[in-house]
Design a binder for this molecule. Sequence first.
Ligand code: NAP
Length: 263
Amino acid sequence: MNVQNNTILVTGGTGGFGFEFASKLIALGNTVIITGRNTEKLQEIKGKLPQVHTIQSDVSNADDIVRLYQQVTQQFPHLNILINNAGEMRKLSLHHHHALADITREVEINLMGPIRMVQQFLPHLKKQKNAAILNVTSGIALLPFAISPVYSASKSGLRSYTQALRVQLKNTSIKVMELVAPGSSTPLNDKFKNEEGFSTNLLMAPEKIVADAIKGMANDKDEIYPGIAKVMRILSRLVPNFLISQSGKMGASYMYGTNDRRQ
Ligand SMILES: NC(=O)c1ccc[n+]([C@@H]2O[C@H](COP(=O)([O-])OP(=O)(O)OC[C@H]3O[C@@H](n4cnc5c(N)ncnc54)[C@H](OP(=O)(O)O)[C@@H]3O)[C@@H](O)[C@H]2O)c1
């Protein structure tokens, strides 16, 4: 698809990948609208990237999504690309107490958020001559990361939904893409830095991941696997059980309840 002169909505545009998407896509001549929950962060990004349009919106809140749809389609009727990027990742030892209302938070943001966004924006996107939905999953969609069990479930769920969506939309003008992102040096990973077995050496720069994503979009790729995600894809098929057991080594003392540190 042409990655220039589009109108693109990026959820979670104040952080690592979202900010990179916004900067790179604006530089290519696109109109970009970003969302986020925190109005101060949105203002800060507007200071760094004056061409970006910002709207405060929480993707885990269905009413916010309806309001976002109304505002965006009114102000930007040519909107033709939706990038479901907003996400949260926690480390969760299931040995600790977690309120039932909070334990599913990543599912609400990372899985229910994109599902609702697609449902809300689909009729509008169908009317566009060329449209696309890019869902940001993760290498963790291929293999669970034990220290983040709910995040793992949310991303494999999003991958499954994206594959089904692609089949259902095959006779429309909407291209459905998935960015299977590897670990990256964004604020999302800050909470893992002090865990045993965590290595920042394996993290890929967000600039490179997003550059690969945009290249993949330009080449009409259904699934985009930057860097080590390609290797994870192969290994997840060859030795899944080995990799799952290896993931049990990261943050072991936190995870197995021998250490009562909370996040
Ligand atoms: N970094 C990695 O290693 C990695 C690897 C694979 C996949 N991913 C995925 O890539 C995406 C972006 O991650 P990132 O690393 O760029 O994370 P990040 O730096 O923590 O940024 C997350 C962004 O999402 C926004 N956000 C979070 N919850 C939201 C909500 N409920 N509604 C609206 N916006 C929300 C945040 O803004 P506010 O806090 O202001 O809302 C922020 O703009 C996520 O889906 C993540 O799961 C990341």
